[in-house]
Write a protein that binds this ligand. Structure first.
Ligand code: ATP
Ligand code: MG
Length: 182
């Protein structure tokens, strides 16, 4: 069983490969509806409808042979294995929204894992991409936005060690405060 944060890292790689410059990651721990929802939204090159169908279902095919990726189908399978599901909404030339949900209390739901580390790795590897991270739990809401940091320290790369240290503690303190146990 793989942490959801690793799946998220994988899904965000698709956005980066699609040349996205702004990527929003939202995690909602909704106890009331017993749902753990993850949304990854990007402004990359997007996909047409036919491509979306192929991506979600690796066995759906219009040709006899094609190379299939597994990032999306693996996350989709993990969600479906415990009664959740994954869907993609994409517009060619505009961007993509991927939304996946798991039953929060399901015994086989993968743990969320370390989202602070995930966001840090994304920034380290892609210092020019903007990341917006929103995480809500019954204990509160945490927001993080690299665009706001850039405004505070213009002309400084987010990959600078001092900036990364600051981001690291901001993320871990903020996420700790709202920690809901997912
Ligand atoms: N956010 C996105 N924007 C544009 N195209 C996307 C996006 N996400 C997925 N795709 C398309 O769907 C394909 C399949 O994605 P998937 O993650 O399942 O496999 P992959 O990235 O090709 O390979 P891997 O197994 O290494 O993840 C991608 O190759 C890409 O063409
Ligand atoms: Mg992929």
């Amino acid at each position: 069983m793989e942490d959801l944060s690793l799946h998220i890292l994988d899904i965000v790689q698709n956005s980066i490969a699609a040349m996205a410059k702004e990527i929003r990651i939202a995690v909602k721990e909704d106890e009331l509806n017993d749902k753990l929802i993850v949304i990854v939204e990007d402004n990359g090159k997007g996909m047409d409808e036919e491509t979306v169908k192929k991506v979600v279902d690796p066995f759906y095919t219009t040709r006899a042979t094609r190379k299939v990726g597994l990032g999306v189908p693996l996350l989709s399978a993990a969600a479906e294995a415990c009664g959740g599901s994954l869907r993609i909404n994409s517009k060619f030339g505009k961007g993509t929204i991927l939304e996946v949900w798991f039953p929060l209390s399901h015994i086989d739901r993968p743990p969320l894992g370390n989202m602070a580390d995930t966001i840090i790795s994304l920034i380290v590897c892609n210092p020019d991409v903007d990341f917006i991270y929103e995480h809500s739990t019954p204990r509160g809401k945490f927001d993080f936005d690299t665009r706001l940091i850039r405004k505070e320290v213009p002309h400084v790369s987010l990959g600078e060690p001092d900036i990364l240290d600051w981001i690291r503690s901001y993320l871990s303190e903020g996420l700790n405060e709202i920690s809901g146990g997912a």
